[in-house]
Design a protein. Structure first.
Length: 453
């Protein structure tokens, strides 16, 4: 550690002087580099002050020269701190040519990234030596530090802007792959409406308590694993893994919860396990760590991929139990909604997120669910590509499509569920008068038939 502390931090004073000199020689250089480097990228404090002054003048569309720079720096009280007018003149004389300003900026930015890596490494070393530091928290913070560095390594460039030809090429590649990668609910009418959840998209399911939303998520993940053969990751913030297993056996083997417990207590579980394997339950991974943040969910996605291969989807049960910064529930939900959407895009994976309804709706059971029922405010909708709402009335379960990036909304269905085994069997036509639908109209759930064990 002494070697790290005593080495001079990575820097390029020559590169910094060349960038600033190029800007003073040719004002157009500020527009070339301002999206590639920030004031914090400069190692020397005088250089940070000079670059900040250049940005301020450019923002005001004022010329950047000796006169304007001296005037602004004097007004800010930092002229002497940067070395006065004499140092500005030195910068102008120092740069060999303004034509290479992007090359100089790249050098400055890379040295800044190395310093940030060094700072992050020192923080990790401190945490590793701290006997009272929680290991999982330390790992999470370390990942967050590296993610920040990775994010700052990407600067704005012309490659981020797509022409029509480039957009079409990307879409051709997208449609050739997305069909096999979409997360499908298995409910034919719902999948036809939304066309499945593509990688990078989020489907949020909001529901009253007691509407089997956790069981629905397990049905969705297990069904998608069975259809695609890809592994699915369930982040169960509410249920411990033992309860997840019990429900998994209920769903896959057609048993009631007590029967599952009795079978395992009597050591009659081998046939049940064989059924789970046959139905691809080994493709479903479960993490039951509580209070997961978005960063930790992303970290577990990386871990799952590294150890088990590609993932076909991620389910989170549920939003209200996730860790996030913010004073109010609205602040936390707003941050989580935006960050989960960002995570889905960065990880390029379909995400299914469960959420609750707020107290006003929860006290009015039986009322048809609406978009504004989501607990935490309307920002849940902002981060979702699709939203499905569940509510129950007269011992019947209903679903409504609240948001659909790929088409109309408002479609409603009755959900056919076996409450004893938690098996979702399909959708039935929604009946305004709540009459019994004709059995022949049942839209079967898109999985293999589930015979009783």
């Amino acid at each position: 550690m002494s070697v790290i502390n005593h080495k001079v931090p990575p820097q390029s004073i020559e590169g910094e002087m060349s960038v600033l000199g190029a800007i003073l020689v040719d004002n157009q250089c500020i527009h070339k580099v301002r999206h590639h480097i920030s004031a914090d990228d400069f190692y020397r404090e005088p250089h940070r002050l000079i670059y900040s002054a250049c940005l301020d003048l450019a923002k005001d569309k004022a010329p950047i020269d000796m006169i304007t720079m001296v005037d602004l720096l004097r007004h800010n009280g930092s002229l002497n701190q940067v070395g006065g007018a004499a140092y500005l003149a030195t910068l102008i004389d120092y740069v060999p040519t303004a034509a290479n300003v992007l090359h100089y900026a790249k050098i400055v930015h890379e040295q800044a990234l190395k310093r940030r890596m060094l700072s992050a490494a020192m923080r990790m070393i401190d945490m590793a030596h701290d006997e009272h530091c929680d290991l999982q928290d330390a790992i999470s913070e370390s990942r967050s530090l590296m993610a920040d560095i990775s994010g700052s390594a990407h600067s704005a460039s012309a490659g981020d802007i797509y022409t029509l030809e480039q957009r079409v090429e990307r879409y051709i590649k997208y449609v050739s792959q997305v069909g096999s990668l979409r997360f499908r609910t298995g409910f034919g009418e719902i999948d036809n409406a939304i066309r499945g959840v593509a990688p990078g998209e989020v489907m949020t399911i909001i529901a009253y308590s007691g509407t089997f939303k956790s069981a629905l998520l397990q049905n969705l993940l297990q069904g998608n694993a069975e259809r695609t053969g890809l592994r699915q990751l369930m982040c169960s913030l509410e249920m411990p893994v033992e309860k997840c297993v019990e429900r998994e056996v209920q769903i896959q083997c057609g048993l009631e919860g007590r029967a599952v417990e009795d079978a395992f207590r009597d050591k009659l579980w081998k046939d049940l396990y064989a059924t789970l394997l046959r139905r691809k339950s080994d493709k479903v991974l479960v993490c039951d760590r509580p209070r997961l943040s978005v960063e930790k969910v992303s970290a577990y996605i990386d871990i799952a991929r590294a150890k088990h291969g590609e993932l076909g989807g991620v389910g989170i049960d549920y939003l209200g139990l996730m860790a996030a910064e913010g004073r109010t529930l609205f602040d936390k939900v707003s941050a989580l909604s935006a960050d989960l959407k960002g995570m889905a895009k960065e990880q390029n994976i379909p995400v299914v997120l469960l959420g609750q309804v707020h107290r006003g709706f929860a006290q009015s059971k039986g009322i048809e669910i609406e978009m504004d029922a989501a607990k935490g405010g309307g920002d849940i909708e902002a981060g979702a590509d699709y939203m499905l709402g569940l509510w129950a009335k007269d011992d019947k379960l209903f679903a409504k499509l609240l948001k659909n990036r790929n088409g109309p909304v408002g479609q409603r269905w009755e959900i056919d569920i076996d409450r004893d085994t938690l098996t979702f069997r399909g959708t039935l036509p929604f009946n305004e008068q709540d009459q019994e639908p004709e059995p022949s109209h049942v839209q079967r759930y898109g999985r293999a038939d589930l015979p009783k064990w």
